[in-house]
Design a protein around this ligand. Structure first.
Ligand SMILES: [Fe+2]
Ligand SMILES: [Fe+2]
Length: 186
């Protein structure tokens, strides 16, 4: 059993108050892209969004016009997530080298930068389209613009590095864009 990965699963599920399919599926897609992805990579895939469990809900800001993909917030989200995962791993006795690797991947899961972080980013994008894209569509009823949702979809597709990941993500993306185009604005 991968001890640190199991601890990360428990920590993430407890922090969010439930099991979110997005995280397990990010691990799944990571393993599709890289079948020998090790424990640190799988832990980063499961825990990449942990900061969201501790950050205030930004939906009201989006309704007032803030972009979902505002680079300043994306950066803050990556940093908070990286710090939280690192603190947690150290607190439960993980080796510093292991915790640093996980932190690096989580701190770059939106922007990428190295091979490992790029893989987490690509797996996150696929799992986003598979599991979470509909959530943003639902926000239109709450007052956010279709343009903002389209920007988020484009961002999640465009940031993908690996051609294999792009091939998997594109049909999901197209489906969501078609659905978005049919939605009436709030
Ligand atoms: Fe994220
Ligand atoms: Fe994510």
């Amino acid at each position: 059993m991968l001890r640190n990965l199991e601890k990360i699963r428990e920590y993430v599920d407890k922090s969010f108050g439930s099991k979110k399919p997005h995280f397990e599926r990010t691990v799944y897609w990571l393993l599709q892209l890289k079948p020998d992805a090790d424990e640190a990579m799988q832990a980063a895939a499961y825990g990449h969004d942990i900061g969201r469990a501790f950050a205030p809900d930004r939906l009201p800001l989006y309704v007032r016009g803030m972009k979902i993909v505002d680079p300043r917030y994306v950066r803050k989200h990556e940093e908070l997530s990286g710090n939280k995962i690192y603190e947690f791993l150290i607190s439960c006795g993980a080796e510093k080298k292991f915790a640093m690797r996980v932190k690096n991947m989580v701190s770059h899961h939106e922007s990428g930068g190295d091979e490992e972080s790029n893989l987490i980013k690509d797996a996150d994008s696929i799992s986003y389209f598979e599991n979470n894209a509909g959530i943003h569509l639902g926000w239109i009823e709450k007052g956010i613009g279709k343009v903002q949702v389209r920007e988020k979809y484009d961002f999640m597709l465009d940031r993908i590095t690996l051609e294999k990941a792009r091939r998997i993500a594109r049909p999901f993306y197209k489906k969501w864009v078609r659905t978005l185009n049919r939605v009436r604005s709030a």
